[in-house]
Design a protein around this ligand. Structure first.
Ligand SMILES: NC(=O)c1ccc[n+]([C@@H]2O[C@H](COP(=O)([O-])OP(=O)(O)OC[C@H]3O[C@@H](n4cnc5c(N)ncnc54)[C@H](O)[C@@H]3O)[C@@H](O)[C@H]2O)c1
Ligand SMILES: [Zn+2]
Length: 352
């Protein structure tokens, strides 16, 4: 997979000029959703090269990460005369970078694209790593491609307009990156004041976080081995996310991941010796910032079924990524039904 250039911007206009300079184009397109057009596009107003850009705007929210919207983007590109040498800038959260990245990778067999992520989740996760796609047939990310953008420009100033829930959703992926990297980074994430945000400090944390993901992706772009480290918290997290959706009380992805981390660190402690004090400190942070996803033992069976059907698994064996220590990842761990029910008991006891 091609290496994409990731830039933590000092000056967004300059970085964008440079990134665009590396992708000679005939026509320039900017994809936004209705929120990022209002809140984020104005920050690029002064960028001379964007003055003639053609805007494509789609509805906001994951419900729009689907085929009709993708077809609309293809149609706009086609009707507005995009060629093999056009350039698409994706300005938005993970919904925009996923759908726009896939649109760019498929239009005329692939045109250049630049991601400018505007949510914390997109900055540290969705916009890097090359996975693009849409939801299809009721399934998340069912259709897609590995197609890294040419450049990813990270400007944390965009985060000033982001709501608290979306901030914490992204922060959960940062916490995951802390857990799979170093004690120092994990500890600074737990210490960070999430109420009175210091944006300069946040920028530094985001820089580290995105580098952790990028390093892992470079080692294992197609998830044959160590990229599975990035699945920490996700086996249980996806089950919580799906159950919440079934019960018509949807939760943001990062919240489900945070709660999933609680469960999977418990397994990490039991199965591979993750230290108890670090388990306790991480759980305290998650409890304070994410609250609890409430369920009772009548839902255990359903949660177990959802874990079994997660796309990371094969042959009905549930696959977990666990930690021996902060930064010491043990991939391809498994647990049986009894152990999973015990873990859910633990979760309800310690979070309730
Ligand atoms: N490709 C990957 O590797 C990968 C990884 C993780 C998640 N994802 C995908 O990312 C998507 C979720 O991304 P997301 O959480 O960024 O959601 P999102 O893109 O839907 O953004 C969430 C909301 O925030 C708004 N928004 C965006 N930037 C804003 C800003 N600066 N200020 C105010 N509001 C803003 C959006 O309009 C939207 O309403 C999912 O589709 C998920 O599957 C992909
Ligand atoms: Zn995730």
């Amino acid at each position: 997979m091609n290496r994409q250039e990731i830039i933590i911007c000092e000056n967004l206009e300059e970085s964008l000029d440079k990134a665009i300079g590396k992708c000679p184009f005939d026509k320039l397109f900017v994809l936004t959703d209705e929120h990022t057009r209002e809140l984020c596009l104005p920050l690029l107003n002064k960028t001379a090269c964007l003055q003639d850009a053609i805007q494509i705007t789609i509805g906001a929210g994951d419900v729009h990460k689907e085929l009709d919207t993708l077809a609309h983007v293809w149609m706009e590109l086609s009707n507005q005369g995009a060629t093999r040498h056009s350039l698409l800038i994706n300005l938005g959260g993970g919904m925009i970078t996923d759908l726009g990245g896939f649109a760019a990778s498929t239009f005329k067999r692939g045109i250049n694209s630049i991601n400018i992520p505007t949510t914390l989740l997109a900055m540290v996760d969705a916009s890097v790593g090359g996975k693009t796609g849409i939801n299809f047939n009721g399934l998340k990310n069912e259709i897609g491609a590995f197609a890294p953008a040419d450049s990813v420009l990270i400007e944390t100033e965009f985060l000033r307009t982001l709501d608290t829930e979306n901030f914490f959703s992204g922060y959960a992926e940062m916490l995951k990156h802390g857990l799979i990297s170093t004690v120092g980074h994990w500890a600074e994430l737990l210490k960070f004041d999430t109420v009175d945000i210091d944006y300069a400090a946040l920028r530094a944390l985001v820089g580290k976080s995105v580098q952790i993901k990028e390093d892992i992706v470079q080692k294992d772009p197609y998830e044959q081995g160590i990229r599975k480290a990035l699945n920490l918290g996700h086996t249980v997290g996806h089950a919580f996310e799906s159950l919440a959706l079934e019960q018509h009380r949807p939760v943001l992805h990062g919240y489900a991941v945070a709660w999933g981390i609680v469960c999977e660190l418990y397994f990490s402690h039991l199965k591979v010796g993750f230290p108890k004090d670090k388990l306790r400190q991480t759980i305290t942070f998650i409890k304070e910032n994410y609250g609890m996803f409430a369920f009772d033992c009548n839902q255990y069976e359903r949660l177990y079924e959802l874990m079994k059907h997660d796309k990371k698994n094969s042959a009905g064996i549930i696959n977990f990524t666990l930690l021996k220590e902060v930064g010491e990842v043990e991939i391809n761990q498994t647990a049986d039904k009894e152990e999973i029910f015990d873990m859910l008991d633990f979760y309800r006891e310690c979070m309730g």
